[in-house]
Structures are given as C-alpha cells and as structure tokens.
Design a protein around this ligand. Structure first.
Ligand SMILES: [Mg+2]
Length: 377
C-alpha cells in the first residue's frame, strides 16, 4: 500500500487582542502548528502533527522528506528516523527536523491503523485501554488581569479531578497561586506545578519548601531543559517527583534524562519527540528504569489524539494495582480553536474521564473545511 501524496499544512490562529496566555517564560499570542496529510493509492488518509514553527516546518517537510515519502509503504515507518540521521548526518537530530519527522511518523501510524482496522494503541502493543484520567492544564500566566481562582473553578465545574498550574514568577506568587488552587480543588485532587524552567536550582528548592503543605504531585521543568547539571542539582535538593520532557527531542536526549536518573516522569510530546516510533523507544527505556511516562500536550486535536493513543499504550509496569496511580493525561484548558474546531467530533475531557477512541488509527475524523480556515501558507 504505497503513499501517493504528502501535504504539509501550516495552521495558525491569533488569539484576541490582549488575551495571550503562557507561563513564567512568557506569553503566546498565537496558536500554530503544522498538520501532515498522507494519502495512499486506495484513498486512505493519515493525519499527523509536527509541533514547531508552522511555515518553516511545512517547508522542511517538503524539502527534506516529501520525495522519500511518496512511494513509501507506511509499514516502513520506523526507517524514517534512521533516514533522518543518515541523510541528515549534520542536522538530522536537530529539533525542527525531529518535529517534522514526528508529524510524518504519526500520520503513517494513523494510516497503518486504518489499513489493519485497529486503533494505534493496540498496534503499539497496549492492553485494551478504554479511558484515561485527564488533568486540567490551566491557571496560565495571562496577558489580562485574570483572577487565578477562575480557571480552577471552571476546571472543577468541568469535572476534572486533577490540575496543573503555572508558577515560577516569584516565591510569594507561587504560594498564592498554589494555595488558591488547593483550596478550590480540595484535598483529594492531584495538583501539579509547572515552572517552565524559569528558576535556578536553589530557587526551586526554596519554592518547593514553601509549597510543602500543599501536597504537590510533581514539579515540572524546574530549570531550563538544556540545563542537565541543573536537573541533577534539583534532584539532590528536593524530595518531590520531577517531570520534564516537553522541550526534549528524540531517544538520545531522553536516554540521558533516564540514565542520569534526573527525573521521575518523562513527558515527550508526540509532535516533537519523533512521533509514535520514538515515543515507544522512550517508553521502553523509561519503564525499564522505573521512570513514569506521561505525554505533554499543548497541540491541536491531531497531536492530542496521538498523545491519547500513546498514553493508552504505556504499560503500568512495574506497578500493580496496589498502588493506585491513574494515568494522568494533560488536557490544556486555554483557548485554542486548533484543539477544539478541527474534528468532526471534538475530544471531550469533561466529567473526569477521557475516553480513548477505539476507531482505527488515531480514531478521529478531521474536518477539512475547518483546517482550511486556519491555513496560513
Ligand atoms: Mg509544561
């Protein structure tokens, strides 16, 4: 079953004036991404998402990959990474190449699922998983003067039982935000905090100490992603699970995080880390070393659907049911029509349970008219 056509589609949506959202690292005023659409001779279509600067990534897919993809059998998907390193000897491992590769890889797995009539999580060898526990990724740093209680109250109304909030802009602000969230969520909800790499190790230690009464499930990206020695220092300074990975790429970077035992949870993004093929390698390394894996999601609905399929395939091993550890799945609650509008049926995280689509491939139907509305090439 040959691929006869590849299209890279850059998408962008500008948020309303003054309504940018972000983290301690800064504010975003647009949401953008690149979709990948593959077609086979029998008319099957596979969708993927490369989560990187939209037009640049689309051009890179055209220039570097398109000629190789046309004529390729989607079942040869795992040769793509090899190609990227062999032919892209001097640059194949770089971030944007890996993002482009991710989009193509996910689209190929979507096709494979449609050809064999199975959802991707089953093909990846996962058990028949039907649901995940979504957590609200929320309480962003906002361009407008938002009451921090408001997004948490909304998360509760939507039925979330867990939330992750942005901190990292100063010790007092950290305490205020976490106290607000914990008071609204109650004692039983899981609460995580995300520094987005904005502190130095000793600042992380001080903030974690200040937050000790609030029962934080994990701290995320306490120091910048490139700062491996900083991660080791944080690990030695604090007694709390550490998560990272949304800004890391491919098996080699994750291998270092896992081998060095710098983190307790790795968070590959399916649109960046190298797609399903690479995420599976990362999951194998992580679970072998008893490191948890929870995908990062800030994508369009295509990357979101890919992350759901991947999360549903991740083994609980080595833990048994005696340790109740729901597979907490990130669900971004900031405004993003690329997440909410691109599907015929949008993915609904409300009610505290996220159903894993059981239809073939990613289990989604893309609304191509909606895709055209956000297209920017
Ligand atoms: Mg994060």
């Amino acid at each position: 079953m040959e691929i006869i056509e590849i299209e890279a589609i850059p998408l962008s949506h500008s948020l309303d004036e003054g309504r940018g959202v972000g983290s301690a690292r800064g504010i975003h005023t647009t949401r953008s991404t690149t979709l990948v659409k593959l077609k086979t001779a029998d008319g099957s279509v596979g969708w993927g998402e490369a989560f990187a600067p939209a037009r640049t990534t689309a051009t890179l897919i055209e220039e570097l990959f398109a000629d190789k993809i046309v004529g390729m059998d989607p079942f040869a998907v795992e040769s793509l990474a090899e190609e990227s390193y062999m032919e892209g000897y001097h640059f194949g491992g770089s971030a944007i190449v890996q993002c482009a590769l991710s989009g193509i890889d996910v689209a190929m797995w979507d096709l494979i699922g449609k050809i064999v009539n199975r959802p991707v999580h089953q093909i990846l060898g996962g058990k028949k998983t039907t649901s995940l526990t979504p957590y609200a990724s929320t309480m962003y740093v906002t361009e407008w003067d938002q009451d921090p209680a408001e997004p948490i109250e909304r998360a509760i109304e939507e039925g979330f039982t867990a939330a992750k909030i942005k901190i990292g802009r100063g010790f007092e602000d950290d305490i205020e935000r976490v106290r607000t969230a914990r008071e609204i969520l109650g004692d039983n909800a899981s609460l995580m905090v995300d520094f987005n790499g904005n502190y130095r190790p000793k600042q992380v230690a001080r903030s974690v100490e200040n937050l000790s009464e609030f029962d934080i499930a994990w701290i995320e990206e306490p120091v910048p992603p490139e700062n491996h020695s900083g991660y080791r220092q944080v690990r030695d300074l604090v007694d709390i699970p550490i998560a990272t990975g949304e800004a890391h790429y491919n098996r080699f970077e994750f291998k270092q995080l896992i081998d060095d035992r710098t983190v307790d949870i790795v968070q590959p993004n399916l649109g960046r880390c190298g797609g399903f093929s690479e995420a599976r390698r990362i999951a194998d390394m992580a679970t072998t070393e008893n490191v948890a894996i929870r995908p990062h999601v800030w994508n369009s609905s295509v990357g979101l659907a890919a992350a759901i399929q991947f999360a549903a395939s991740v083994p609980k091993y080595p833990h048994a049911d005696y340790i109740p550890e729901p597979l907490l799945f990130e669900f971004d609650r900031s405004k993003n029509p690329l997440r909410d509008d691109l599907m015929i049926d949008s993915i609904d995280p409300t009610g505290g349970v996220l159903e894993v689509p059981q239809d073939p491939g990613l289990g989604i139907s893309v609304d191509e008219d909606a895709v055209e509305r956000y297209r920017i090439d």
